[in-house]
Write a protein that binds this ligand. Structure first.
Ligand code: CA
Length: 301
């Protein structure tokens, strides 16, 4: 299979694709250009909202027009209509050279967000979990490039990638408490495929992994660690993927121009674009950040 260009966004570091099913939009960020990008896939348009710090992840919330954004300056609730943001947490404000990286909401509406050192210092990153407006909890430390994550369909496992490990780690996950334990390697990524970056799960419980410096997205069975499928992407630096579209049957893929030499940019001129493929399997619905988490946890919503 081969992915085709959806839109040439000319992203320096396109990342964090997210299907906004409430508005039929694809959202993503350009970390280096500090952009939130929004495209109505029926119109194939592109709205770019510029910020003054590097955004790395966006999430939907339980409130219309309100998004969760992770940036160098913390985690914010962002009102797209009024273009106003409000900081709700900043667990690494004292770690100067760190920034956030991939983040995603879990099945209970918690937001999980990893961090990394901007010069990729080994072990400088962590993984945090945010429940509503409570103080973020640090779930993992000594990470290098905290990256893709997702949760199994039976809500019992969390899958996680630290890119520097070239593997997918599986944790036992408790959806009620948000605890993770018992880490074990379930997928080993051969270096020739490229570094594992962003990841999402499909409706059959298989994992799709974007490969930085690999020019592909791959599909794996986390039960036996086997590679099932490869989608070629005409851009070497593939960063992340998510399912979207009205029927959740389109895999959207983000890419980067960052780190490519002039010859690579010439050979792969679509680098920095958003790509798509219809792989014949559907994704799962995007989880929302539960703003009123405690109320939700008490079962009143
Ligand atoms: Ca990433």
């Amino acid at each position: 299979m081969k992915a085709e260009l959806y839109i040439q966004a000319e992203n320096d570091l396109g990342e964090g694709p997210l299907w906004d099913f409430k508005n039929n939009n694809l959202l993503w960020v350009d970390i280096e250009k500090k952009l939130l990008c929004i495209s109505d896939i029926r119109k194939k348009d592109l709205l770019e909202v510029e910020f003054n710090s590097r955004l790395s992840a966006v999430a939907l919330t339980t409130t219309a027009n309100l998004y969760l954004l992770a940036s160098e300056t913390g985690i914010h609730l962002y009102d797209l209509k009024n273009r106003e943001s409000k900081e709700i947490a900043n667990p690494e404000k004292d770690i100067e050279n760190n920034r956030f990286n991939d983040g995603k909401c879990d099945l209970a509406g918690r937001f999980w967000i990893g961090s990394m050192d901007m010069d990729v210092k080994s072990g400088a990153g962590s993984l945090y979990c945010l429940e509503g407006f409570n103080a973020p909890q640090r779930k993992l430390e000594h990470l290098t490039i905290s990256n893709g994550m997702d949760w199994s369909l039976d809500k019992k496992q969390m899958y996680f990638i630290d890119t520097s490990d070239y593997e997918v780690t599986c944790f036992d996950y408790n959806v009620e408490t948000g605890s993770i334990c018992n880490p074990r390697r379930v997928i080993t990524v051969p270096k020739k495929y490229g570094a594992p970056d962003g990841m999402c799960i499909d409706a059959e419980g298989m994992l799709w992994i974007a490969h930085w410096a690999g020019g592909n997205v791959s599909r794996w069975n986390p039960k036996d660690g086997k590679l099932l499928e490869t989608v070629r992407v005409p851009a070497p630096h593939v960063t992340s993927c998510c399912f979207g579209g009205e029927n959740l049957d389109i895999l959207f893929i983000t890419t980067a121009r960052k780190g490519l030499n002039p010859q690579q940019l010439k050979d792969y001129p679509q680098s920095g674009g958003i790509f798509l493929v219809k792989p014949g399997v559907k994704g799962v619905k995007t989880n929302l950040f539960q703003i009123d988490f405690n109320r939700k946890a008490n079962g009143s919503d």
